[in-house]
Design a protein around this ligand. Structure first.
Ligand code: GLN
Length: 196
């Protein structure tokens, strides 16, 4: 994992193809990073962390393909780059995905079921279950046409659940949330990406 220089701000990128990238840039800056958009493989150079935002995973997958970013992001993450995928971003990081599957990056050992809460409950806010990993207690989670995370492998640590279902999970340097931590004032997920 890249070492963040003492006193230096971590450098973070946000994939800028589509979706909630502006709010992530702002959250990363508030969490103490220098943040910039990523649209080309050269933009990954020198980054400590990368966010794949929420939005529409079908559109983002097409953009990743068109821009030739699948392999560079995989190589960058395999070299230890810290990466966070939120909602559609979590779908893209998964081992595989269900319900109109898209090509995923396969960087975390779980399956994402797209739109798994169904059209009746497009968006909702919920407080996470009481049993949470230290540092993530009582998080208010905002879900927008969220996926569910299924069949996590043995190396995946589930950090938070809502109604018993995983909503925040980590495998080494890869973090996924099915909710939108960039909306609201709680910076714990962005801080975990940058500093944990
Ligand atoms: N439903 C979207 C998808 O499947 C994800 C929604 C979101 O990122 N808020 O790609």
């Amino acid at each position: 994992m890249p070492q963040v220089g003492q006193g230096a701000k971590p450098r973070a990128g946000v994939l800028g193809i589509q979706g909630a990238f502006q709010k992530h840039l702002e959250a990363l800056e508030r969490a103490g990073a220098e943040a910039r958009l990523v649209l080309h493989k050269e933009d990954l150079d020198g980054l400590d962390a990368l966010v794949l935002p929420g939005g529409e995973s079908t559109t983002m997958a097409k953009g990743l393909d068109r821009l030739g970013l699948y392999e560079p992001i995989q190589a960058w993450a395999h070299a230890g780059g810290r990466i966070l995928g939120t909602c559609a971003g979590a779908i893209l990081l998964a081992r595989s995905c269900q319900n109109h599957p898209v090509r995923t990056l396969g960087l975390i050992d779980l399956r994402a079921a797209r739109n798994a809460y169904g059209s009746q409950v497009d968006s909702f806010t919920a407080v996470a279950d009481a049993v949470a990993a230290p540092g993530f207690e009582a998080m208010r989670c905002i879900f927008i046409r969220a996926p569910q995370l299924e069949t996590p492998g043995p190396a995946v640590e589930v950090l938070l659940r809502v109604d018993g279902l995983p909503v925040l999970a980590r495998e080494r340097n890869v973090l996924v949330s099915t909710f939108h931590p960039e909306l609201g004032d709680d910076l714990r997920v962005h801080r975990a990406l940058l500093f944990d």
